[in-house]
Design a protein around this ligand. Structure first.
Ligand code: B16
Ligand code: MG
Length: 217
């Protein structure tokens, strides 16, 4: 029986991919690195330090770990400054409706994000009220596709993985959900999320009615 939901943040509740893109792009331009939307898409769901390594690999470059951390911090400063403009109008269409419905129906809800800025994003959206548990980039050390962040959420909700549905927009996120024994809902295209148990092109299609009928709750 489904008792809980665990939501990824970026790409499911709100679309920060563009803000991440702009911040990485500013850093890349300064460093003379090639960086485009295709590379940005590979960074979905993966940690900040793993992201900068993907960008360097794309540029056939390598740097010392300390320098990498310094540059990742620089990118983060740009990203965090851009979050100041985020408001409660910046939910992805359908996300707030689903979260509200889950609250009124009494489901347990956790956040399972790789972002170390999740608390800030939730505050900008005024979204804390929808979550019983916050799991973010500071909660576990192994990032997606390891299942740790979702196992953390389920444990705090006092639920078994098979009692929870994970919502994800990243390939690595659905991999993580599967590795942990969770049900999965993918938000995005078939090419990226065809391996999810259920997939919607966007959150506006992900109604509780659709979800319940699929998972026969
Ligand atoms: P930060 P999610 C992820 O969040 C993003 O999808 C990913 O692009 C980003 O690199 C990662 O958070 C780390 O973010 O630099 O803010 O710690 O999709 O897992 O909610
Ligand atoms: Mg995401």
């Amino acid at each position: 029986m489904i008792k809980g939901f665990i939501f990824d943040l970026d790409g499911v509740i709100t679309d920060t991919a563009e803000l991440h893109y702009e911040a990485w792009k500013a850093l890349a331009d300064e460093m003379g690195w090639d960086f485009d939307y295709q590379v940005n898409d590979k960074l979905r769901g993966i940690s900040r330090m793993d992201s900068i390594k993907v960008i360097l690999e794309h540029n056939n470059t390598s740097l010392e770990e300390d320098r990498l951390a310094e540059l990742a911090t620089k990118k983060n400063d740009i990203y965090v400054a851009s979050l100041e403009n985020m408001t409660p109008d910046d939910y992805l269409p359908g996300a707030r409706e689903l979260l509200t419905h889950l609250r009124t129906e009494g489901y347990n809800v956790a956040l399972g994000s790789a972002s170390k800025n999740a608390i800030k994003v939730l505050a900008q959206l005024n979204a804390n009220i929808y979550f019983d548990v916050i799991g973010d980039g500071n909660s576990v050390s192994k990032s997606k596709p390891a299942p740790d962040i979702f196992l953390y959420g389920a444990d705090k909700l006092k639920l078994q993985p098979e009692e929870c549905i994970v919502f994800e927009d990243a390939e690595s996120g659905v991999d993580a959900a599967k590795a942990g024994g969770f049900h999965s809902v993918g938000i995005g295209p078939e090419e990226r999320l065809g391996h999810a148990d259920l997939r919607f092109d966007s959150m506006s299609e992900a109604t509780l009615f659709e979800i319940k009928s699929h998972f026969k709750d």
